[in-house]
Write a protein that binds this ligand. Structure first.
Ligand code: GUN
Length: 277
C-alpha cells in the first residue's frame, strides 16, 4: 500500500505555526509580487499567493504591468523595491515576456529580499553547499515533505527529471547537499527508463506526462511537480498516478501535493527574510 504525500495537510500545519510566529514579530513582513502580462496561470498563482499572505498576517502588494512594459521600467521598479524599507520580500512572477531578459531582472533583486532564492548570490551559495538567505520554494517544499514523512535521503539514488532553474537544478543540488546520489535527466537524456528504474526517489518536474507504468522499481518514492491541463481539461501531473501508485511506497498527488508545499515555502521564506539582520 502506498502512502499519499498530503501537501495540503502539511501546508495547513505549517501555516498554523507560522501565523503564531508572524504575530510575534514587531514589524509585519511585506511581500511585493510583480506580475507582467496576462498569463492566466500566473494571475491565478499570484492571487493565491496574495490570499495566503493576507491570511497569515503578511502584507502583500501585487504590482501588475502590461506585457509591453520595457525591461528598463521593470528594473527601475525592482531598484525602488530594493530601496524601500517597508518591503522585505520581492517576487517577480515567471515567465516574463520574451523581450525582457529574465536573468537581468532576477539579478537586480537584492539577495536579502530574493524570496525565490534565484539570484546569483543565493543560488551560488546553494551550489557551493553553503546556506543561502532562502532556498527556492518548490525544492524547499519537496524536501520539507520528504522530511515530514520520514523519508531518508542520504545514500539514496534520487532521479530528477527536468533541469529548470526554478525546480530541477536546485532540487538536485539540495538532494546532493543531503548526501543523495543524484541523476539529473532532461529532454535529451537517452534511455530515460533505464535510469528511472534505478531510482529510490523520483522527482518529475517537466509539465508533460513523462512517468508511466513499468518505469520504476518497486517501493520508489515519487514526487510529481508537474501541473497542467490534460486533453479533457482536467488538472494533471507528469505521473500516470493510477498506474504508478500501485508499486510506489510514497507518492505525491496532483493537485494537493507539491503545489501547496510551494506556497507554504514561499510564506516561510517571506517570514525568514523579514527576520534576517
Ligand atoms: N512561476 C512558476 N513558479 C514560480 C515560482 O516559484 N517563482 C516565480 N517567481 N515564478 C514562478
Amino acid at each position: 500500500m502506498t502512502t499519499i504525500l498530503d501537501g495540503k495537510k502539511l501546508r495547513d500545519e505549517i501555516f498554523e505555526e507560522l501565523k503564531g510566529k508572524i504575530e510575534k514579530l514587531s514589524v509585519k513582513p511585506s511581500l511585493a509580487v510583480i506580475l507582467v502580462g496576462d498569463n492566466p496561470s500566473s494571475k491565478i498563482y499570484v492571487n493565491n499567493k496574495k490570499k495566503c499572505a493576507e491570511k497569515l498576517g503578511i502584507n502583500s502588494i501585487v504590482i501588475s504591468y502590461p506585457a509591453d512594459i520595457t525591461e528598463k521600467e521593470l528594473l527601475n521598479k525592482i531598484q525602488e523595491l530594493n530601496d524601500d524599507k517597508n518591503i522585505t520580500a520581492i517576487l517577480v512572477q515567471l515567465p516574463l515576456p520574451d523581450h525582457i531578459d529574465k536573468f537581468k531582472v532576477i539579478d537586480a533583486i537584492s539577495p536579502k529580499k530574493d524570496v525565490d532564492g534565484l539570484t546569483p548570490y543565493n543560488s551560488g551559495k546553494l551550489f557551493a553547499g553553503e546556506k543561502p538567505y532562502v532556498y527556492p520554494c518548490t525544492p524547499k517544499g519537496i524536501l520539507l515533505m520528504l522530511d515530514h514523512y520520514g523519508i531518508e535521503i542520504e545514500g539514496k539514488h534520487a532521479v530528477v527529471i527536468g533541469r529548470s532553474n526554478l525546480v530541477g537544478k536546485p532540487v538536485a543540488q539540495m538532494l546532493l547537499n543531503r548526501n543523495a546520489t543524484v541523476t539529473l535527466c532532461h529532454s535529451k537524456t537517452k534511455n530515460l527508463t533505464e535510469i528511472t528504474k534505478t531510482a529510490d526517489i523520483l522527482i518529475s518536474a517537466v509539465g508533460k506526462k513523462v512517468v508511466g507504468e513499468n518505469m520504476l522499481k518497486n517501493n520508489c518514492v515519487v514526487i510529481d511537480v508537474g501541473i497542467f491541463r490534460g486533453e479533457n481539461g482536467k488538472i494533471c501531473g507528469d505521473v500516470d498516478f493510477d498506474k504508478v501508485a500501485k508499486t510506489t511506497s510514497y507518492i505525491s498527488p496532483v493537485p494537493g501535493g507539491v503545489g501547496p508545499m510551494t506556497i507554504a515555502s514561499l510564506m516561510l521564506n517571506t517570514f525568514e527574510l523579514a527576520t534576517i539582520e
